[in-house]
Design a protein around this ligand. Sequence first.
Ligand code: SF4
Length: 315
Amino acid sequence: MTLTVQTDPGSGAPAGDAPQTDDATAPRRPSLSPSRAADFKTCPLLYRFRTIDRLPERKSLAAVRGTLVHSVLERLYDLPAAQRTVEAAQELLEPAWAELRVEPGVAELFAVAQEDGAETSPSAPESVEAWLLSAGKLVEKYFTLEDPTRIQPHGREELVEVTLPDGLRLRGFVDRLDVAPNGALRVVDYKTGAVPREAFEGKALFQMKFYALVLWRTRGVVAAQLKLLYLKDGDALTYAPDEDELLRFERTLIAIWAAIERAVATGDFRPNKSRLCDWCDHQAVCPAWGGTPPPFPVKAAAAAGWPTLPIVEVG
Ligand code: SF4
């Protein structure tokens, strides 16, 4: 298994968002994931920088910790049910970390954090050991929310994807999918940050509704429960969508995609200055912060399968 750092504000572009193909010979086709849809809603220019320009972004200690904890919880379910104990989960940290620390940019992250004394906050851990301990605490907290000896997941880190009748391709990775004997679906997502304030709760639900829509369109079953597990606070948020809501949500995604296509066709990706800019790696090339974006990468966009591209004058 290859570990890839998960996406959060400020982390790198994730798998599932880049244009993908089902096989090597199929024409490339852009797709939409929950995080990239959220990017466009937050700031169209951020979407462009991440998805089309694919500008590099710094990893963050928080994002790498999230990847590590997700990996441990995924591996936990490889063990026979009776062996899924807190101790066994803690023992999974080391091998998962051994894989993750060789990823580009991860070792450097600790060098910077230790040099600076902290990454972004004075309370940030300063050593790998302290950081690993903080990951271990999140793993331990998981056991206060669920009893893994009583759960047999149907899927873990499961790719879910569908192409809607109008051609929009949706794809994403579900942390865990449970299927009850009666066929009822439960979608579970692990969050390693704190429970969001109300304003940000919508973003987490947006992601879960996205998965529920794809599952509904591929399996014909509306998920009985969408469950977000907040490991930092030891809290859970559950939600039961219905068909009407998923239909409305589908229309929302189609509208977002139409807006993205318009922006690609015109090259007009507007910046949307907000307090989320504090976590954006691209202020230096953002007009909202006095910067100049690089020229629209026409060739990269064409190679990624965008059918209509802005006319760029070459002087
Ligand atoms: S700095 Fe703010 S406005 Fe500029 S691209 Fe980033 S999120 Fe958008």
